[in-house]
Design a protein around this ligand. Structure first.
Ligand SMILES: O=C[C@H](O)COP(=O)(O)O
Length: 322
């Protein structure tokens, strides 16, 4: 199966389980205070808002995860990911040489729809530019036997997925069996092999505490995750800035202890440019501006591109009037 080679295909290594990595040292009021102050400082308007909105496009995993997904709507999603705006629209705001870079980072679909995405992206010559992410392992609940959860990964990779978004076993996490969570994610890492990046969904809204969010982040990174992702988009509480901050602290500490670099993917409920800018501000002010690239940061979102399009069109219209 022909696949994208946009990203150099280096995957993270599985490291030995070490319970000392799970110890955290933060207080909830501190987390909320910092997240709230970052959120307040992230308001931008006018041309800056358009620039940030265009940056956000390049970080989106454009997602459809619905029971009624069909080959046609997945194909339309892929076309939109390739060309979110007609090139003439952006002529006044983007340098001509950069227009080709204004596309989504990936499309994200169920395993059974990967072949449809692959077909369309191949047809448009975009397999090298846009990754195909598949959710797997009994998404969204993970409440299935391990054997079939692992088989889903192989199925999606064989169909052309280059990124696998797995869900962790919340049952094991909630009873404190972190070694059990680690062991499963290690097998998921092995099932991806070097053919696909592994993104691990923590389902933070079901983990019960920020300490558990930190532990789950560490366990997944030890197991070899390339990205840690907040949510499936199906939990009652999905991506929030405080949770993002705790995951970022885990990423920073993990890098300090092991040298291994792991990306962040907030997902679920990120629907407008204002939210996207708040997340990008959070990342910029903690991990640094260089983290805002598709290899290290993604938005998992089904509706964000609609608001981005609105903001960009309004911005371009203002420029034309000026
Ligand atoms: O992984 C992506 C999420 O499922 C998308 O969630 P959303 O539909 O709330 O944007």
């Amino acid at each position: 199966m022909e696949r994208s080679n946009k990203m150099e295909f280096k995957v993270n290594k599985t490291l030995k389980y070490d319970a000392t990595f799970l110890k955290s040292n933060f207080s909830l009021p501190e987390v909320n205070r910092i997240a709230s102050s970052i959120s307040k400082s992230s308001t931008v308007t006018g041309d800056y808002e358009v620039a940030w909105a265009l940056k956000a496009v390049t970080l989106v995993d454009l997602t459809t995860l619905a029971g009624d997904d069909t080959a046609s709507n997945v194909s339309r999603l892929c076309v939109r990911a390739c060309l979110p705006f007609e090139p003439q629209l952006l002529e006044k705001v983007v340098e001509p040489s950069l227009l080709k870079d204004i596309h989504c980072a990936a499309v994200c679909v169920y395993p059974a729809r990967v072949a449809d995405a692959h077909k369309t992206l191949k047809q448009y010559g975009k397999l090298k530019d846009i990754s195909i992410a598949a959710v797997a392992t009994g998404f969204p609940t993970g409440q299935y036997g391990l054997k079939t959860r692992l088989e889903e990964i192989s199925y999606a990779v064989d169909a052309g997925a280059t990124e696998i978004d797995i869900v962790i076993n919340r049952q094991l996490a909630l009873v404190g069996d972190w070694k059990g969570v680690y062991d499963e994610v290690v097998l998921m890492r092995q099932a991806c092999g070097t053919r696909a990046h592994l993104k691990t969904i923590l389902a933070v809204g079901e983990l019960g505490s920020m300490e558990n969010v930190y532990k789950a982040s560490m366990v997944c990174m030890l197991a070899g995750a390339d990205f840690i992702k907040t949510s499936t988009g199906k939990e009652a509480v999905n991506a929030t800035l405080p949770v993002g901050l705790v995951m970022i602290w885990a990423i920073q500490e993990f890098k300090r202890l092991t040298g291994q670099i792991v990306g962040l993917k907030p997902a679920g409920g990120i629907r407008n440019v204002r939210d996207a800018i708040a997340w990008m501000t959070l990342v910029k002010s903690t991990l640094g501006m260089h983290w805002l690239q598709p290899e290290l940061f993604r938005f998992g979102a089904s509706g964000l591109l609609d608001d981005i399009e609105k903001v960009v069109r309004e911005g371009v219209a203002r420029l034309k009037q000026a």
